[in-house]
Design a protein around this ligand. Structure first.
Ligand SMILES: *[C@@H]1O[C@H](CO)[C@@H](O)[C@H](O)[C@H]1NC(C)=O
Ligand SMILES: *[C@@H]1O[C@H](CO)[C@@H](O)[C@H](O)[C@H]1NC(C)=O
Ligand SMILES: *[C@@H]1O[C@H](CO)[C@@H](O)[C@H](O)[C@H]1NC(C)=O
Length: 347
């Protein structure tokens, strides 16, 4: 056998081998239900708009309507253009159908999801939004705080992708309260940032931390706010700064960002949830979106508004200047401004 024919033989066999391997992969992929049916979709970037690659399989998914959805891009900020006029009405849904959509939420196969953060200052609706997105997309959500959260009952029962390392990319998005400049680029497919009126988030987080974690009674906490004693006022400055930095750092450093105002989400959950599903690159399934809203109302524990003003005039002045800074940062980026916030009565 001369050199030439040996090479020809090897080439011939390796082509056959390669073909067989590809064929087997194709068979495995198309017979494994989780892989063939519900894989995350690649996101195609264009210069000014983002066009979603709707594969023929997903077009066939019952009730999916997002072919041709486009996004406005303003620098790093994206504005999905959604039209929810033809969505079913809440009254047209039935409980059984909506329950089924909670029961079929799955953890996606490893490495099948893009890395997209759901970033926020604590108590800005992150948990509520995760629940909405899980029902709307059919996929579980993860968390960068998974190591400290994975033993919680709620995580083990409902936020299943949150029980494992978020870098496995099994969640449709990843909760984070982190905001350091090094943390933001980990999410190479961008982030949704939830921004809420800090006058309310800070109060709510005070109850979460000292009531929930430190087991101080609610009456005692309300009393500390009413008298504006040290226990309350000493947490304010760091919290205000954290609210400001969380928002400014994500707005300035995330390459692909969807800004969602918590107040908009409360007022018009259909529209805001549809924008988020679009941004995540998932198929729009109007009945799932409506069932998500049917199943999950804003969390009562997050409201905790006081019927008095717990902030001193000095604290108002500082917080207002931070709010203004975030507002200006958004405007400089070409984004929509913050909504007008309620600020308790100025005393
Ligand atoms: C939204 O869709 C409805 C029904 O298809 C259409 O009549 C309406 O003009 C659309 N609205 C906008 C703002 O495009
Ligand atoms: C929390 O405090 C209450 C009342 O002070 C007490 O009865 C309860 O055992 C405490 N719970 C924990 C988990 O420490
Ligand atoms: C942000 O700016 C807009 C106008 O530029 C204003 O209408 C809105 O009230 C501001 N929001 C806050 C929270 O200051």
């Amino acid at each position: 056998m001369d050199m030439k024919s040996a090479t020809q033989k090897i080439t011939k066999y390796s082509w056959t081998g390669l073909f067989l391997i590809l064929f087997m992969l194709y068979i495995v992929r198309n017979t494994h239900p989780d892989l063939s049916d519900r894989q995350s979709r690649p996101i195609k970037f264009q210069r000014d708009t983002v066009v979603y690659d709707v594969s023929p399989k997903e077009k066939k998914r019952k009730g999916s309507t997002n072919s041709g959805v486009t996004m406005q891009r303003r620098g790093n900020l994206l504005y999905p253009m959604v039209n929810v006029t033809n969505f079913p009405r809440i009254d047209d849904l039935d409980e059984e159908e909506c329950q089924a959509m909670m029961d079929d939420v799955i953890v996606a196969p490893a490495s099948s999801m893009p890395l997209i953060a759901l970033a926020s200052f604590p108590r800005s609706g992150n948990t509520w939004t995760r629940s909405l997105l899980q029902v709307a997309t059919g996929y579980s959500t993860g968390s960068v705080h998974w190591e400290s959260e994975r033993n919680r009952q709620r995580v083990q029962e409902w936020f299943l992708a949150g029980t494992e390392d978020y870098m496995r990319q099994t969640g449709v998005c990843v909760k984070t309260h982190e905001f350091s400049i090094d943390h933001i680029p980990i999410f190479n497919n961008g982030a949704i940032i939830l921004i809420r009126n800090p006058y309310y988030s800070v109060v709510s987080d005070y109850f979460r931390f000292f009531g929930g974690l430190k087991n101080i009674s609610r009456d005692q906490l309300v009393e500390s706010m009413e008298s504006r004693n040290d226990h309350w006022t000493k947490v304010l400055l760091p919290q205000f700064q954290r609210w400001k930095l969380t928002n400014i750092n994500w707005i300035n450093n995330c390459k692909r960002l969807l800004v969602v105002f918590f107040e908009d989400l409360e007022r018009d959950p259909v529209r805001e949830l549809t924008r988020m599903v679009t941004f995540l690159g998932q198929p729009l399934l109007p009945r799932r979106i409506m069932c998500a809203i049917y199943n999950f109302r804003p969390m009562e524990a997050h409201r905790s508004h006081m019927n008095f003003d717990p902030y001193t005039p000095e604290m108002h002045a500082i917080l207002d200047s931070y709010i203004q800074e975030v507002n200006i940062t958004l405007l400089q980026k070409g984004g929509n401004p913050l909504p007008t916030y309620e600020k308790y009565a100025l005393t």
